[in-house]
Structure formats: C-alpha cells, structure tokens
Design a protein around this ligand. Structure first.
Ligand code: ADP
Ligand code: MG
Length: 409
C-alpha cells in the first residue's frame, strides 16, 4: 500500500495540531483515490542533528516553526531539495520575500497598495565602513516632507513586518519624529494610513481554499475575528478571495492570511505575507473547524497525488497580464486563472469529492465530541488567567455550538 506521512513542525501550539490529529484519526487511516489506496500517518517532527544526504519518512510538512527557529528551517530546505518533501509553506520564498517585496510585486500586478516609502534606518550600524559610505553616498533627506507628501495619518512599520512588532500609527509631525527615533536600527516603511475605513477583512487561505472574515484589529486577540455574513458585496468578496489566492500562487505560498481594507469601494491589501498565520481556536473560534478540515484536505491532496513542491516562482505570466491593456477587473480574472492552475483547483475539488466525501460530516461530529471540548478547555486554560477560564470556556463553547447548528441545518 502507498504509505504517506504528514509531519507537523510545531512550536508551543497544542490546539490546532491536536484537532488536526483527531480529525485525521476520525477520518480513518486509509483513503482511496482513483483506485489507489493510501495509508495516511500524521506525526509531530522531532528536532535533532541531521546529515544533509539523509532520507526522510515524511512526504509533506506543515511548518509553524521555521520563521524563527533556524535549525528546523534548514532541515526543511534539505527535505525539499534532497528528499522532494512538499512544504506548507515554501521557506525559500517566504524568507526572501518579506513584506516589502510582497508590496512591490503586488503593486506591479496593479493591486491597490497604499502609497508606501522605504526610509533609511534612524540608527546606523556602528561601523567605520558604514560611516564612510554614508558620508560619501547617503543623501540628506527631510522626513516631514516625505510624510507630508504621503499625508497623515500614516503608519510607520518595519519593512519585513510580522506580529505588529514596531508598528506605529502616526497622526502628526511630532509623532513621526518620535516613532522614527524609536525605530532604531529597524528598516521602516512609511505608509498612507487608511483611516475611517468601511471594512477590515482578513482572508485565510489554504491552497485554493479561501475564507474571508470580518476582522476588527482594535479588539483584543479573541475578539478580532467576528461572525458576520454579507459584510462585503458579492463582487468585493470575490475580489478579496482572488487577491489572496493570487498572492499565494504568485509566491508559491500554500498557507497564508491576507489583510485588506475596504475604503470608498476600493479594496487595499495591506498585510499579506504571514508564514505562520494565526489559526488558534481562541482567535478563529467559529471558523476553527473550517481551518482544520481545509488544512487536512489540502495536505491529503498534496501528499496522496504527489503534487510537486514548487520551490521557484514563475512570475512572467503574471507580469504579462499586468502589462496588458486589460482593466483591473479583467486582470483579476486572468490572474485567478493562473492561480487556479497553480493550485490545481479543479483536481483538488474532484479529489475532495471522491476521496473525502465524509470530511464535512466527520468534522461536524468531532466538533461536538468530548475530545474536541477537551482541546477547547485546555487551550483556554493555557491562554487566559485562571479567573477568566469559566467565562471564556462558556464563550467559546457557545461560538462552536453556533457553528455546529449552522452547519447541521
Ligand atoms: N496602511 C494602513 N492603514 C490602516 N491601518 C493599518 C495600515 N497598516 C497597518 N495598519 C494597522 O496596523 C496593524 C498592523 O500592521 P500590519 O501591516 O498588519 O503589520 P504586521 O505584519 O505586524 O501584522 C494592521 O492590522 C492594521 O490594523
Ligand atoms: Mg498584520
């Protein structure tokens, strides 16, 4: 029988991996697709020294660690190059494509990226070589002039971004100078601030599967994702999903989230390079089961059909569309075709229908089980202070019951 093994490369998360393992177990250890039966195993990956030529038993790895932990990151690269392992995500482009490159590429595709400048770091590296270079070649510049050109309010944030580190909202010149002084050696963007916006939408994408959710960044972590339907018109909802899928196909990312702001009927993507998107049950709540079953479906599709890992990008067809005379809407339609070809959307849907017809129902039953409730309780107990446990356990149980009712009806 065809043995396929999914590895989980994890940090301190317990909630989604436990739910993922449970769903895989509830689905049964074998599946049949096009007459072939595969034996599926899911295992957490251990970290240890490795020989560069060593074989591996994993066929696919879901990575949640490599964005900060370098030894397993290098193991992933070896696994892709030497062993042909499929990786969610692609460490090669995720590490070379920080937020800045992602803005530039999407600007080139004609997406609405807010006006953004890159400024030299406030504090220079303390080396003679840097000082001599700066004296010879750095132009003096007037930061308030740049800010005035962009207009207030604006955001000052690191060019590589992530986890709201070093992000400041800047209302005037005094705040601008203060934020720049505090940025130290970090390389910063100044970006036009989209204030008084209509909707903040965060789209979570796993392969070709995209869900666009109402997001309120002002709330504490557990209140950011909100259960709302129809907060975008059909047209804007489609646009948000296409943009997310296109970004991921362009960079060869499989598992990512995309933040976009809708203001005056224009959808502005502002943050769309998240190597390790948040899928905690305490953040996603109602939408958590969607994430778990989508992650399992895509992982199974990739590993069972032996989808090749796309290490390198193929940007020329995107740029050809970008440079054509098509309208923005027509370009999106063409980009989506490239993204669907990359993600094999049609084959994936056929695979789900044939090999995983019971997936929705199994997730629905799992979400009502004691095993699932235990995951929820444990996560609340490790996330919130003791005096809030009771309140939040009830809160999340309510949200998940709501999902069960909505799906069951
Ligand atoms: N141009 C902008 N307009 C309005 N809000 C912004 C803008 N840029 C960032 N923000 C706000 O700051 C938050 C963090 O910025 P973001 O670019 O998402 O950084 P990170 O990569 O650290 O998440 C966003 O979720 C949003 O609330
Ligand atoms: Mg963000």
């Amino acid at each position: 029988m065809n043995q396929r093994k999914i590895g989980l490369l994890l940090g301190d998360e317990e909630d989604w991996p436990t739910a993922f393992e449970a769903l895989a177990r509830w689905m049964g250890s074998t599946l049949t697709y096009r007459g072939e039966t595969a034996q599926i195993e899911v295992e957490r990956i251990r970290i240890h020294p490795f020989q560069l030529s060593a074989p591996t038993s994993y066929n696919l790895v879901i990575d949640r660690l490599a964005y900060w932990h370098y030894q397993p990151r290098e193991w992933l690269k070896k696994a892709a190059l030497v062993n042909g392992v499929y990786l969610l995500n692609n460490p090669f482009t995720f590490q070379s494509m920080e937020k800045h490159s992602a803005y530039c590429a999407m600007l080139r595709l004609g997406l609405h990226i807010p006006d953004t400048w890159l400024i030299p770091p406030k504090a220079a590296p303390d080396t003679e070589k840097y000082r001599r270079t700066a004296v010879k070649y750095h132009d003096l510049f007037n930061l308030p002039d740049i800010a005035n050109e962009i207009g207030y309010p604006l955001f000052m944030k690191p060019f590589d971004g992530g986890g709201w580190r070093g992000v400041s909202s800047v209302a005037d010149e005094a705040e601008l100078i203060k934020a720049y002084d505090e940025s130290g050696q970090m390389l910063m963007h100044l970006q036009a601030g989209l204030d008084n916006f209509d909707v903040f939408v965060r789209s979570l994408a796993i392969g070709p599967q995209v869900i666009s959710l109402f997001y309120d960044p002002e709330q504490p972590q557990h209140g950011r994702y909100q259960i709302r339907h129809d907060f975008l018109s059909a047209e804007k909802g489609r646009e948000a999903r296409i943009i997310t899928k296109v970004i991921n196909a362009f960079f060869r990312w499989d598992f990512n989230s995309c933040e976009a702001i809708l203001k005056n009927d224009i959808l502005w993507p502002i943050d769309f390079a998240n190597a390790c998107p948040d899928i905690a049950i305490t953040s996603l709540h109602y939408y958590f089961p969607w994430a778990i079953k989508s992650l399992l479906a895509w992982s199974l599709f990739c590993t069972v059909t032996r989808r090749p890992m796309h290490i390198t990008m193929d940007i020329a067809p995107y740029f050809a569309i970008a440079d054509s005379d098509l309208s923005y809407e027509d370009k999106l339609t063409e980009y989506e075709k490239l993204a669907d070809a990359h993600f094999q959307t049609e084959e994936f849907n056929a695979f789900k229908a044939e090999a995983l017809p019971q997936l929705d129902e199994v997730m629905w039953r799992l979400a009502q089980s004691e095993e699932f409730d235990h995951i929820l309780v444990q996560t609340v107990q490790t996330t919130f202070p003791p005096h809030e446990h009771e309140q939040y356990i009830a809160h999340y149980r309510g949200l998940l019951r709501h999902w069960v009712e909505a799906e069951g009806g």
